[in-house]
Design a protein around this ligand. Structure first.
Ligand SMILES: Cc1cc2nc3c(=O)[nH]c(=O)nc-3n(C[C@H](O)[C@H](O)[C@H](O)COP(=O)(O)OP(=O)(O)OC[C@H]3O[C@@H](n4cnc5c(N)ncnc54)[C@H](O)[C@@H]3O)c2cc1C
Length: 470
């Protein structure tokens, strides 16, 4: 039920232009990007400063009103969508989009949580620096959302996940206190690293208002190799070879199967078959360096020559121009969209020890075929990070609601197999609402207990993004 005096006081904290309460105004803030969830809220509030965020949170804490932090709403697990309670307040960071500092000596960026990731990448590029966090949603997602989901993306094999780029955080805790951890120090061994608790917490421990990140030199020299590999073990051998010969220059090592390419060719415009013959699977490797394109190209051709000689790949093409590089990437980037256009499917964003990927692909495939021989695994992902999108499309001719009946059983088949190899049921998308049950099923009970204790310590009233993760 809406409490008018609470709403009045909330309005005073941000001003009348920064709060929505009418149902048609708040409607766009109540659902998720994938259209899986829709919730309720009494208000959407859009503070413009850390002080305003703290004032809103203090008031919500006092009134025990649940808060749902909201970034760009590109999260894939329903983490930024309120639950069914009409008491919720959605707190959007979209008005906090200032870049506070770019330091080209210390190589750091300090920016507010509502900054769009793509804008940050462009701003530091203008200063000849690289913010390596890069994902397909970068022109919509926000820095606060990236930290809160510990986002991955395509360059993790070289630069690590978001948490490896973060030097400091400013956040408002669930009682309204401001956590002033916005340091840019590289070295700071003074007790527990508390900011790491807020990274990947999906808004359950507080609201991130700003962050300090590491910057790297710009890698303007890029070469992409598209290689046809006849099996996952060959892909693994190729990964080992490229790592040994190219070292840190390897900034993406992606894998996708022939079925992915078939889907893209059938569903997407402007994409051509990569080789004259269809191959069992493909690897896309991107190498990048700061200078000397000739040397990078020579190194790439040398490595691919060795790979062809050793039979690690059956065919390979090296990009000759940026246009070619982009069209090679397009083949990989179009897979999700092509699978969506093909109809209903289930997604599994899992990770495994890299060396276990070939064995996992065999045994998971056997389990799926045993369940139903005509289910179509559409497998692609960040092979070099051990991260597979092990998605399943329905058998040809099966009804659209096939997964309403079979989705859960099939997910259990996949996740049980992931667990058997010591993998994770969520590599980079988090838990949110979507994977809560799997989280409680597959995560170690001791770890869940400790997490609950941390949650209790930070948020004893349980107001911060309730119903997410736990
Ligand atoms: C096309 C597409 C491609 C994608 N590719 C990738 C990929 O390659 N790798 C990857 O990891 N993810 C990927 N994602 C998922 C998504 O983009 C990331 O999870 C992203 O980091 C979410 O940021 P956001 O600002 O949209 O957060 P939101 O969706 O708004 O929120 C995500 C979670 O963070 C919380 N939150 C948001 N802002 C704050 C804040 N300031 N303080 C505290 N909590 C907050 C929310 O409550 C929610 O729990 C992709 C998504 C799409 C749609």
């Amino acid at each position: 039920m809406t409490d008018t005096s609470f709403l009045q006081r909330l309005t005073e904290k941000v001003g009348p232009g920064a709060i929505f309460t009418a149902p048609h105004d708040i409607a766009p803030w109540l659902s998720d990007w994938r259209g899986l969830y829709a919730g309720h809220a009494q208000a959407v509030v859009r503070p413009a400063s850390t002080v305003e965020v703290a004032a809103c949170v203090s008031l919500c804490a006092e009134a025990r009103v649940p808060i749902v932090p909201r970034g760009g709403n590109t999260g894939l697990c329903g983490g930024a969508t309120p639950d069914a309670s009409s008491a919720n307040v959605v707190l959007s960071l979209d008005r906090m989009h200032a870049i506070r500092n770019i330091d080209i000596i210390g190589n750091t960026l300090v920016a507010e949580a509502g900054c769009i990731l793509g804008n940050l990448r462009r701003a530091v590029a203008d200063e000849h620096r690289l913010l390596p966090l890069s994902l397909a949603a970068e022109d919509s997602c926000q820095l606060g959302g990236n930290l809160s989901t510990n986002a991955g993306g395509v360059n993790v094999v070289r630069y690590g996940m978001t948490r490896e780029l973060v030097l400091g955080i400013e956040a408002v805790l669930p009682n309204g206190e401001v956590f002033n951890g916005l340091r840019t120090l590289r070295k700071d061994n003074t007790g527990y690293d508390l900011k790491q608790l807020l990274i990947g917490a999906e808004g359950t421990l507080g609201i991130i208002t700003a962050a300090a990140l590491r910057l790297l030199p710009r890698n303007d020299v890029r070469v992409v190799v598209l290689a046809a590999v006849e099996s996952a073990p060959r892909a693994l051998d190729l990964f080992k070879l490229v790592f040994e010969q190219c070292g840190h220059r390897m900034q993406a090592f992606e894998f996708f199967t022939a079925e992915c390419v078939d889907l893209v060719l059938a569903q997407s415009d402007g994409v051509r078959a990569p080789f004259p013959m269809r191959h069992a699977s493909y690897v896309l490797v991107e190498l990048a360096d700061t200078v000397d394109e000739t040397a990078l190209r020579a190194l790439t051709e040398d490595v691919i020559g060795t790979a062809l000689e050793r039979g690690l790949c059956a065919d390979a093409a090296v990009s000759e121009s940026i246009a070619q590089l982009n069209s090679m990437w397009k083949l990989r980037e179009e897979i999700s969209e092509a699978q969506r256009a093909d109809g209903t499917h289930v997604k599994h964003d899992v990770s495994l020890p890299v060396a276990s990927i070939p064995a996992f692909l065999v045994s998971a495939g056997e389990r799926i075929r045993k369940y139903h021989p005509a289910i179509r695994p559409i497998v692609f992902g960040h092979f070099g990070d051990g991260n597979l999108h092990y998605n399943l499309s329905r058998p040809f001719g099966a009804p659209d609601d096939y997964f309403a009946q079979h989705g859960e059983a099939l997910t259990a088949e996949v996740l049980d197999e992931v667990a058997r190899y010591g993998g994770s049921i969520s590599a980079e998308h988090g838990i949110g609402q979507l994977k809560r049950d799997y989280f409680s099923q597959y995560k170690d009970p001791l770890e869940i207990r400790l997490m609950r204790e941390v949650k209790q310590l930070f948020d004893p009233r349980g107001i911060m993004n309730p119903g997410k993760i736990f």
